[in-house]
Design a protein. Structure first.
Length: 65
């Protein structure tokens, strides 16, 4: 999670961090996206796409689309 946030910060990407431990609605959304699983980080993009536990390379590739 920290690694993904650091990459987003380095790239100047605006994002909203949500703590699924403290936000039951956010946890429910994560579980819905992952067919009941709860792996973090789950990064949801404005277009509805999402990445689960992405590598830096996968996150960078998605950002450059």
């Amino acid at each position: 999670m920290r690694r993904s946030r650091a990459l987003l910060d380095r790239e100047g990407v605006e994002y909203r961090y949500v703590d699924v431990e403290a936000d039951a609605e956010a946890e429910a959304k994560v579980r819905a996206l992952q067919d009941g699983a709860r792996r973090i980080p789950t990064i949801v993009f404005d277009d509805g796409t999402f990445l689960v536990e992405p590598t830096d390379e996968a996150l960078s590739a998605h950002l450059s689309r």
